[in-house]
Write a protein that binds this ligand. Structure first.
Ligand SMILES: Nc1nc2c(ncn2[C@@H]2O[C@H](COP(=O)(O)OP(=O)(O)OP(=O)(O)O)[C@@H](O)[C@H]2O)c(=O)[nH]1
Ligand SMILES: [Mg+2]
Length: 460
């Protein structure tokens, strides 16, 4: 059985939505003032609500200038109304979009009028959730709607757009199809004793299994890279007072985010800045210089610095040849967290001998003042984030997707180990398919859907 890209989908010819829900309304544009603001309506009864507001519903999919009127006939605004009859709409239900002037008062009145006429306010993500439930998009695509809206870099936006267009889902379905094929092959062998199986047939089966494992490895790799693009890396700048942590933060961020003074103990609280290195978000945390101190405020700052260090994804241990204070040891860092020693202020001591490096340690020599060594520092940050140069073709992935892919991979590995027992092998492949089904939503629990869609903004 080959999987269709949109397994819950309905054919384009169907004229009624699969499950038209009660009518919902939401302001789909951001809060605040703008040239245009959009109120979106979806569900059963949208035609009647539209007729109440506009006098008459516009023709399908034709942008039509209309008066938006309050219950007693007063004019709220004049704008464009577009009606998308089911199932050819974002949600698969009847959808009406009202484009008014984007002032908060206008938006509020239009929305209130929709509610008065019978709609209820949409919950966060409810519009996209309906699109999923009606088979317009699958779960991975629905998630990429949120990722596209939240994208913090061009690269992240591009990869989310690819996922939204269904490329990630198509890859997953192709793997499911290969798994189905292998499973059918295996099942055909179940009823035969091993010695009766043709060796060439056996070899063909093995070729399929190896190809399947390779395809899973490839998609996992791309998904992990996509996740880096989405989530980035949290990096703490730690070190003795005055070595130039805040100056480095400012240099990396390209602006004066943190206060810099020649006084040791300048930074007392965290200072955060997110930078994009080749599109990968790096969340930098500048901390208070680590030292024993009697100053109660600074002491809290030092405690906070340690807390930041303990939960960091990577750390820059900053020191300088001209400042006192011992270099920070790595013993309080979580195991496996990438750390780099960053020797700052090299502009002050040209030719300063590089401190001896421990095996496996990375050391970078920089100057926050002149910018020397900063390119190498950025490259290190990218590497620590797990980013590798690649061609086109990433898609946005979430941890949930990576978990499912790893799960599928584990079942395929176990299938290989069970290659003498066809029934066990077939079962492992079935479980692998199930794991992949969680990505696109063929297999999904209500609480998972709740968790995914509740993080959307209202109107999406
Ligand atoms: N020459 C030179 N001076 C630097 C460099 N980096 C920082 N400084 C100076 O060193 C002093 C301390 O810099 P900060 O960035 O405040 O140091 P810090 O590590 O954040 O200090 P605390 O917040 O007190 O822990 C300031 O006077 C900076 O101008 C550098 O690369 N070269
Ligand atoms: Mg500082």
């Amino acid at each position: 059985m080959a999987h269709q890209p949109f397994p819950r989908g309905r054919s384009e010819g169907e004229s009624q939505a699969l499950s038209a829900g009660e009518p919902i309304a939401a302001i789909a544009t951001p809060a605040g003032r703008g040239g245009i603001g959009v109120v979106r309506l979806s569900g059963r009864g949208v035609r009647a609500i539209g007729a109440a507001l506009l006098g008459e519903l516009p023709s399908a999919r034709v942008a039509t200038l209309r008066d938006f009127r309050a219950a007693r006939g007063e004019l709220i605004d004049r704008g464009l109304a577009i009606f998308f009859p089911a199932p050819h709409s974002y949600t698969g239900e009847d959808v009406l979009e009202l484009q008014a002037h984007g002032g908060p008062m206008v938006m509020r009145q239009v929305l209130a009028r929709c509610v008065e006429a019978g709609a209820r306010l949409a919950e966060p993500g409810e519009v996209t959730r309906r699109a999923f439930l009606n088979g317009r998009i699958d779960l991975a695509q629905a998630e990429s709607v949120a990722d596209l809206i939240d994208a913090a870099s061009e690269e992240a936006a591009r990869s989310a757009a690819r996922s939204l267009a269904g490329e990630f889902s198509r890859r997953v379905h192709a793997i499911v199809a290969a798994m189905t094929d292998l499973r059918m092959h295996v099942e055909a062998c179940i009823d035969f004793p091993e010695e009766e199986i043709d060796p060439t047939d056996r070899a063909a089966l093995e070729v399929k299994r190896v190809a399947l494992a390779a395809a899973l490895d490839a998609i996992l790799d791309e998904a992990r890279q996509g996740a880096v693009l989405r989530d980035g890396l949290t990096v703490v700048l730690a070190g003795a007072p005055n070595v130039g942590k805040s100056s480095l933060l400012n240099r990396l961020a390209g602006e004066e985010v943190a206060i810099v003074t020649p006084v040791p103990g300048t930074t007392r609280d965290y200072v955060r800045a997110t930078i994009a290195v080749e599109g990968v978000p790096i969340h930098l945390i500048d901390t208070a210089g680590l030292r024993d101190t009697d100053d109660p405020v600074e002491r809290i700052g030092v405690e906070r610095a340690w807390r930041a260090i303990e939960s960091a994804g990577a750390a820059l241990l900053v020191e300088s040849p001209v400042d006192e204070g011992k270099p920070v040891g790595t013993h309080r860092f979580p195991a496996g967290v990438p750390c780099a020693r960053v020797v700052n202020k090299i502009d002050l001591v040209p030719g300063h001998p590089v401190p001896r490096m421990q095996p496996g340690e990375t050391e970078l020599r920089v100057s926050a003042k002149t910018g020397e060594g900063i390119a190498a520092l950025r490259a290190w940050l990218l590497d620590a984030a797990g980013w590798r140069p690649h061609g086109e073709g990433l898609f946005m992935a979430r941890q949930r997707h990576i978990d499912a892919l790893e799960d599928a991979k584990a079942h395929v590995t176990r299938a290989a180990e069970a290659s003498q027992a066809f029934d066990l092998m077939a079962e492992e492949l079935r479980l692998g398919q199930r794991a992949l089904g969680r990505i696109t939503g063929e297999v999904s629990a209500d609480d998972l859907l709740g968790a995914i869609f509740s993080r959307f903004c209202i109107g999406k």
